[in-house]
Structures are given as C-alpha cells and as structure tokens.
Design a protein around this ligand. Structure first.
Ligand code: ZN
Ligand code: ZN
Ligand code: FE
Length: 756
C-alpha cells in the first residue's frame, strides 16, 4: 500500500471535479479524501502503486468537460491509510479558487429536456455540474447557492437528493432546479403578464409572424425576431435606432449551412461550452441585407440554454438575437428595466424569475482557420484565469484598469491573470457603474488587494481617473502604461512569456492611443519587454481635424490625408473620390484647422487611415454608426479580390504615393473591391518592409481584427523567415489592454530600470 498527495490547480471548482475524483477513486479501489481550498483541489489517496499511477493518468485524461487542469503535482505520502474515500466538506471561511464561466447546456441536460419521460422535460432552467449559469448569478463567494441568485429557490426533495449524491451529475450543482422547485417562465406584453400555458410556444407564433420578442437569457435580455424576415429585421433596426451595426443570430446547428459556410473548424468554435458568437462567411442572398449591412460575414451562435433550445425548436427558423437595449445603452438585465427600456421595441417579453446578477454580453470569435481569435471576451470565457509565464508568481498583485472602449480590467497575482468580462464603453454612465460594481465583485471573489494599480497614459480616460482614485485611496503604487506597449505586452503575456523575457518586436496597428511624446499613436513598430519599449517606426502622422469628430466622420480623415499628401492642391487631386465632400467653404475651415493645428491633433493612426480609404471608395456613410464600421466594410469588399491583386509600387511608409495610386485607380474606374484589396496588400508590404530582419513579430491592436490584413502580414513575414505571434484568447482590440497593463505594471513596479 502506498500513498500520494496530489495538488490540482486550474479550473477545478464548481465543475464537478471532486465527484469526478471520488468516482475515479472508487473505481480504482483507493482510499483517502478530496477537498477544495484556496489553491484549487487537494487529494490524498492510498492504494497499490499501479492503481495510484492509473489514477493520476485518468485524472488528466478524463477531466470533466468544464474543468481545466493547469498543474497537477504529486508527492509521496506516508502514514496510515484511512478506510474508504470521501469528499471532505469545504470549511467555513475557506476561500475558493474563484468562479468558472457560464457554460452552454450539456448533451445530457439537452437529452433530459427532450425526453417526455424525464421530470425535466421542456424545463427551461435545467443544468448540472457540466453546464449552466455561473458568473452571471454570483453575488459573493464562496460559490454556494446562498451566494447566487438561486438562493430565492429552495430545492425540492428530488433535487436535494441529486445535490447530495456524489455519484450524481448534479452533486453540488449550485443552480440545480426542476419544474417543481426552480425558476419559471412567463410571457408579458406591454400591459402586463398574459395567460400562457406554455410560454415558449406562446411567443413562437408571433415570432414567425414577424413580431419582436425580448428574451431573458443568461447574462441579459436579447431582442429576437425571425432572421429571414426582412421586414421584421428592418423594423427591429428602426425601433432600436441601430443603423448598421451587425445583428447576431442564434440558429440550430442543422440550419446554419443554409445561411453561412460552416467548416469543421467553425463548427468546433460554435460547439465549445462558451457557445460564443462565431463570425462565419455569409451565404450571399440567404439573409436580408439588413442583418449585417455591408458585411460579408455574419455572427452566429448556437442555443446555449434550455430556454434557447426550446425557443429555436418552436420558432423553427434562425433568430436575430441582438442585445436588448436602446441604441448605445448597456443590455438590460432585470425584468422591470426590460419592460421600461424595451417598451416600444419589443411586442412581447419572455421573462423568468432567476435574477441576472452580472450582465454578460455574448462573446465573439472570428472563424479563421489559421488564427481563430476572440474579439469580445465575455459570457462563457470570463473569468477563466490565464496562467502567466515564469517569474510572475513572485510579483506583487496588480489591478489593471484597461481603457474606455471595449473596457475590461485585470487582476494579476500569484502567477495568474484574471481578465474581467467585456464591460463596454465607459462614457455611458450605466456602463461605468457596471465597471465599478464588477471591480468590487471580482476583488471580493478573489480576495484581492492590489499593491499596484495600472492605468493608461491617457489621463482623459474614465478608467485612468478611477484607477488614480483607487490607488490614492488604498495606497497602492500607480503605474502608467503606454497604450501600444500594453497591446504588445498582452500578446506576450497570453503566450506565456516570462517576466524577464528578452524584448520582442511588434507592430501594433490600432485606432488611437496616447503616445509617449504627447501625439496620438496607432501604427507602431515597438521593441519591448515588460518594463520598457522603444519605438522604431510608425505610420506617418496625419492631423485629425475636429479631434473626436474625426473618429466618427471618415471624410474628415480623407481630407486630412489628401491635404497631407498633396498640400493645398488636394481638391483637384480628389475629383475622383467617391464620397460626397462638403462644399469648398466648409473644407476651407477643415484645411485651416490642419494648417494651424487648431483642434486637429496629429495621429499615427492605422484605424483612421482605413477610415479615409473607405471614404475615398464610397464605402462609408458621412457619420459612422459604430466604431470600425468603415474598416469592416473595406475588409469585406477586399476579401474576394485579394488573390487577383497585389500591392501598389510604394517604397517606405509613404502615404503620398499610396494615395496617388488609389486616386489613379479611381480615375481609371477600378472597382472599389480591387482598390481595397490593393490597399491591404500595400499596407502589409509597407509594414513588413519597414521591419528589420528579426526572428519574430507580434501583430496586435484593434486594426488586426481585420483577417485580410493579418493574413497578408503573416505571409509577408513568413516569406522573410520571420515568425508572427497574434492574440487568440484575448482581444487584439482594447479589450486586451488591461492584461498587458497588468503584466507591465507587475514587472515594472518591482524594478528600477537598468541604465541604457
Ligand atoms: Zn448539464
Ligand atoms: Zn426540484
Ligand atoms: Fe488600442
């Protein structure tokens, strides 16, 4: 008889890990015990040596679906073997190792809701340890039912028996529920609840008739309508005051091939427990243009709760499932707010009485076989921890505040980084409230006291100001991190770079970030480690006439680009551009702003360059309806023309030659798609040519959500024998900023820089 002590670290709590260990120990005739603690799961096991070896193999090989083992360390154990194998109850006051992400309904639960003999037949809140709500319902730690919004429901005898039985799939499933004891569904119209024996069936017919239904889900309300009904989709846009931002869809897997190309790669992305929105190539003409105006891809997700499975089955068609909000406000999460905020938008409300504690948007992933990437990390992905590279475990705890757009924050300590779910745009007051509430909740969940607070260099960010206040109040050290340095560091951190890793090269192609020299940056070749960076090249500085207004009005950037390229003669050169430019007196004002630098900050922004090119090709409206709209349209029209085109003959980072080529093509009547493709090729060539012969280059920043540009850059660098490293699990956009800030601040705060 020998003994072994095993320590498991990773995502191992609230995912059925202890009962899994218990079942395995019984199967292998081991004695001992298993418990949860602050570090993860502890196991002591006794048995014959072969069985113990088999036990450790199977722990790794048969891990439950939602569990993730980061490390498993085993040490020999002396002492007398206990009799039997037991699950040691968690002690009062012992901190848990955190919360796992919400997970899509597992196959076993799906089978139950479809089985007329099962007691959970058609029950919309069925879940188990392999699936169901988690972060969305947590109010505090430890993760027990009393600290979730399920505390309002007392388990019936049958549910309680499952909950207590280690051999049951619902052992310690905190949100366990059934039709007898759990949450219930109902339907309301604008005037109040309506009689509906089966609420799901009650909304199905109106959906098929083209009506709009608000549906309460896991992390918030969606607005649903028939995705194939052009009138319904147009009406939803009109009522929501949403011009062009694409709508996401929810569809049964079998229905997807009719509306989008579904590769096996994309299928795997859709099927993961996070059930994200996956951007797929749209089938031309299969859906109304109003689903995603000007785009060649559509965002599709699978049903991820029992309610969604029942709803999709009853509706029988793919549904638009867009966030339930008015214009730019955050998605509503509570019933009363849904009735108020969505009045005049929804015809019916499909509601339930399980409270949503934390608003979680749907995550977004782009299906790119070469490099699938998370563009928005929220429901299903957050708050899973990222193990950081060597040397981080010893560094002080850091709270990184992120940026103001696509805001997230990050807690880094003990060699792990916990990046929050996507919160949104902090300029919106309610989103800002959510941000503060979420910081408080995460700090409580993880028992987190920062020694260091990291903020962006931009002192106008709400996130920066809030971080300054937190640091002042707690006495934590404040570290200011340059925006693009943070983008680069986030990618390095994600890929496990050590705290002391040698500097890496990276092109950070971005919208805007405050530069170290007081100009706005956004197209930088940096050479950086986790403490310092040097800037080796950048796209040329061009004025942004009107400041923020230029970020929303691409034509302003077009005027600035042409003025910079051609001087006062620009208007004659611009005769061919396909956008309507304002009259001469009005552009004179813009020219004077550029000439004198009045309210026209200089920016090395790749994002604004894309906006200007899109405007020149007539691909953008006068005012963008969402950030990135023009660039996304440019990418969409370029995609089919990439193979048949190549770069313009441009040497160096020379925008004047680029513009001369674009205008000549326009004059010659080239199609916008062809010019857009040549522009992508040219930019990739310019950036690659400006890069020294190095081993590896990081590619990140918001512009690199563009899959065409990413692919062209990868190919250019590969041709020169240069490897590329890109973000995958964390967004290349500002959603990844906090991770980079945290890594830089953790290392910098402990080090006085060595002299150059
Ligand atoms: Zn399940
Ligand atoms: Zn029950
Ligand atoms: Fe950025």
């Amino acid at each position: 008889m020998s003994g072994v002590s095993i320590r498991v670290v990773g995502l191992v709590q609230g995912v059925g890990f202890r009962p899994f260990v218990w079942r395995l120990a019984h199967a292998l005739d081991l004695s001992g015990e298993v418990w949860n603690d602050a570090a993860g799961v502890g196991i002591e096991a006794w048995g014959d040596a072969a069985a113990l070896a088999r036990f450790q193999e199977r722990l790794r090989a048969e891990t439950p679906p939602l569990a993730r083992i980061d490390t498993l360390d085993a040490t020999p154990l002396d002492g007398p073997a206990p009799s039997g194998f037991s699950i040691r109850p968690s002690r009062e006051g012992v901190r848990s190792a955190g919360i796992v992400p919400d997970a899509a309904t597992c196959p076993a639960c799906q089978a139950e809701i479809a089985d007329p003999q099962d007691r959970r037949f058609r029950y919309a809140f069925t879940n188990c340890t392999h699936c169901g709500p988690r972060l969305s319902i947590v109010t505090a730690i430890p993760y027990d039912r009393a600290n979730t919004s399920m505390r309002a429901f007392t388990m019936c005898a049958a549910c309680a028996a499952e909950y207590r039985d280690p051999s049951d799939r619902r052992f310690h499933a905190q949100p366990n529920a059934c039709p007898v004891c759990g949450p219930r569904l109902w339907v309301e119209d604008a005037s109040g609840p309506i009689a509906a024996p089966d609420p799901v069936l009650t909304v199905a017919a109106p959906l098929r008739r083209g009506e709009i239904v608000a549906v309460k889900g896991i992390g918030g309300f969606h607005l649903a309508c028939d995705a194939q009904d052009a009138a319904a989709v147009a009406e939803l846009r009109r009522r929501k005051h949403r011009d062009a931002k694409p709508f996401a869809l929810m569809a049964r897997e079998a229905d997807i091939p009719q509306i989008a190309e579904l590769s096996s790669h994309a299928r795997a992305l859709l099927r993961q427990p996070a059930a994200p929105i996956v951007l797929l190539p749209a089938r031309p003409g299969a859906l109304p243009e109003a689903i995603a105006p000007g785009q060649d891809r559509i965002g599709v997700m699978l049903p991820y709760t029992p309610l969604h499975h029942l709803l999709l089955e009853a509706a029988g068609v793919p549904l638009v499932m867009t966030s339930g909000n008015r214009a730019d406000e955050p998605q509503v999460i509570d019933n009363a707010a849904a009735k108020r905020a969505l009045a005049g938008i929804a015809d019916l409300w499909l509601m339930h009485d399980r409270t949503i504690v934390n608003r979680l948007d749907d995550s977004v992933v782009v299906a790119d076989p070469a490099a699938p990437a998370v563009l928005r990390r929220a429901r299903g992905f957050a708050p899973a921890p990222l193990p950081l590279g060597d040397g981080f475990a010893a560094l002080p705890p850091v709270l990184a505040m992120g940026g103001d757009l696509k805001s997230t924050f990050c807690l880094a300590a003990g060699g792990q980084a916990i990046v929050s779910h996507h919160i949104g745009d902090l300029a919106e007051a309610r989103t800002h409230d959510d941000y503060r509430t979420a910081i408080r909740l995460y700090r409580e969940i993880y028992g987190f006291e920062p020694a260091v607070v990291a903020v962006d260099l931009h002192d106008g960010y709400h996130a920066t100001r809030w971080g300054e206040a937190l640091a002042a109040e707690s006495g934590a050290t404040l570290v200011r991190v340059q925006h693009h340095h943070a983008h680069l560091a986030a990618c390095l951190a994600e890929h496990g770079a050590a705290a002391e890793a040698a500097p890496a090269w990276g092109w950070i192609l971005d919208g805007l970030g405050m530069g170290a020299d007081g100009h706005l940056w956004g197209g930088e070749l940096l050479h950086a480690d986790f403490t310092r960076f040097t800037r080796h090249a950048h796209v040329p500085l061009v004025a942004m006439p009107g400041g923020d207004a230029a970020s929303r009005q691409p034509w302003r950037n077009l005027v600035a680009q042409l003025w910079t390229a051609f001087g006062p003669d620009w208007r004659r050169q611009a005769a061919q551009v396909r956008t309507h430019l304002p009259s001469e007196p009005e552009t004179r004002v813009i020219e004077r702003m550029i000439e004198t630098g009045t309210n026209a900050p200089l920016a090395a922004s790749t994002g604004r360059l894309f906006d200007a090119v899109a405007a020149a090709l007539g691909l953008s409206q006068r005012v963008l309806s969402f950030e990135g709209e023009a660039a996304m349209r440019l990418e969409a029209v370029a995609r089919p023309a990439i193979e048949a085109t190549g770069p313009y003959p441009v040497a160096g980072l020379d925008l004047a030659t680029l513009w001369r080529s674009i205008l000549a093509d326009l004059a010659a009547g080239a199609a916008p798609g062809v010019i857009a493709a040549r522009f992508h090729h040219t930019l990739a060539a310019m950036l690659a040519d400006a890069t020294p012969a190095v081993d590896r280059v990081v590619l990140s920043g918001g512009v690199l959500q563009n899959r065409v540009l990413a692919r062209l850059l990868r190919a250019r660098f590969a041709a020169r024998g240069i490897a590329t490293l890109e973000p995958r699990l964390f967004p290349a956009n500002d959603g990844g900023l906090a991770l980079g800030q945290a890594a830089i601040a953790a290392v910098s705060a402990t080090r006085t820089p060595a002299p150059d």
